[in-house]
Ligand binder design. Sequence first.
Ligand code: NBP
Length: 479
Amino acid sequence: MTTTANIGVSGLAVMGRNLARNLARHGHTVALHNRTEHRTRELVEGFGSEGTFVPTYSAREFVDALERPRRLVIMVKAGGPTDDVIEEFAPLLDPGDIIIDAGNAHFADTRRREAALRERGLHFVGTGVSGGEEGALHGPSIMPGGSAESYASLGPLLEDIAAQVDGEPCCTHVGPDGAGHFVKMVHNGIEYSDMQLIAESFDLLRGALGYDPAEIAEVFRTWNTGRLDSYLIEITAEVLAHTDPATDGPFVDVVADEAEQKGTGRWTVQNGLELGVPITGIAEATFARSLSGHTQLRAAARGLAGPTRAALTGAEAERFADDVEQALYASKVVAYAQGFNQIQAGSAEYGWDIDLGAVASIWRGGCIIRATFLDDIRAAFRAEPTLPTLLTSGTFRTAVERAQDSWRNVVTTAVRLGIPTPGLSTALAYYDGLRAERLPAALVQGQRDYFGAHTYRRTDREGTFHTTWAADPRAEERA
Ligand code: NBP
């Protein structure tokens, strides 16, 4: 076989097939491979006219079809299958060749695989890809990790097929080894948070104002013309406006209210706990999905008393939708601030030196959380790359401070009416926690010292101390 293909894709289910088509549509010759042959044949039969494909039916044929250094994208089910495919190809490759895992791997697996393949002289690039199947075909947001050397060879192809915003590709070299998959993981965590906040806003407009889904769709459409302009708000309006053909009623009313998850939210929360980063918005969003799925628990508790739902007064009702917009915006800022803090912490912990402005930049298009808002985040990190939190940067500080009265009103109204708003509430609690002069953590330290002699530090003196609570509470020892 002649070695003609610029790049190869192995794993031709929906994502791999669309990435391969995207590459071919951009003029790259793409070698194709899949464990079972039918997907390869179907791609060539269905879409062969879109570009130049080189179908192959064995691992040997596949690697032989690629120009050197080889670039092989694997797009198979994450976990064991990814290891299987790597083991199938690695022995057939030459030093300097690049294996790209564009599936949804856990970044720790990517670090392990990268280290093992580096030992064998191969580059391994764990790459986050967001945008679902449509994104893969028309331009996803691409988050590659791996070595800078591999990016020099691979980057131009990925940048070619990525979404473009203002003439810039939504793809950049995020950082070494697992940095790309880490950033994709946090992206998904933020996505959970964003979706939960939007869902709570819908629930409030319905529960407090009595709007029907079609009316709420209109509210979201209006919001989508302002600072909340984003893919998620746009599709929310579409979903809310959708009528179920079987019942002629609102679609959202016939869907079971049990949200599912594939696990990336859980990974994000687990990592937040490991790094000690309070990503409370992502955690609440993940637990909210979990609560929704506990149908037996919910059935058992359904009769528990709630507040008497007094309708909002006319004046309250008049401003409530605007208040919800403010609360949603401010809570979104918190969600992103927490997510970017997690990236900062991961970057420091794993030695990645991630450019946060560049991350905001590549999330502006192609991915699920794409939003106008990310332009402001990019500007904030460009102006101050080590910004401690988005909440203190100019644009966001002003907006959140202006939003706070509305935000508090929305959360208190939700509490008063018994409408659960874990996302909006935790975001406000985080804001208040961060800005507090003193936190009750001082008391927690006192309690810890009392029962476990865990010691404490003082505000007026250097050192670590322990009070001898049982023997003599007036005696304090230096620990
Ligand atoms: P799937 O995750 O459903 O995986 C199907 C592919 O994996 C098929 O090509 C299948 O081959 C192959 N495969 C399996 Br399963 N076990 C294998 C093994 N042991 N050896 C070799 N190949 C094996 O496909 P997808 O939905 O296209 O997603 C691909 C990757 O992209 C996943 O990691 C996913 O998490 C990620 N991702 C998906 C989305 C999305 O919106 N779907 C978005 C972003 C990222 P076969 O044809 O022979 O069964």
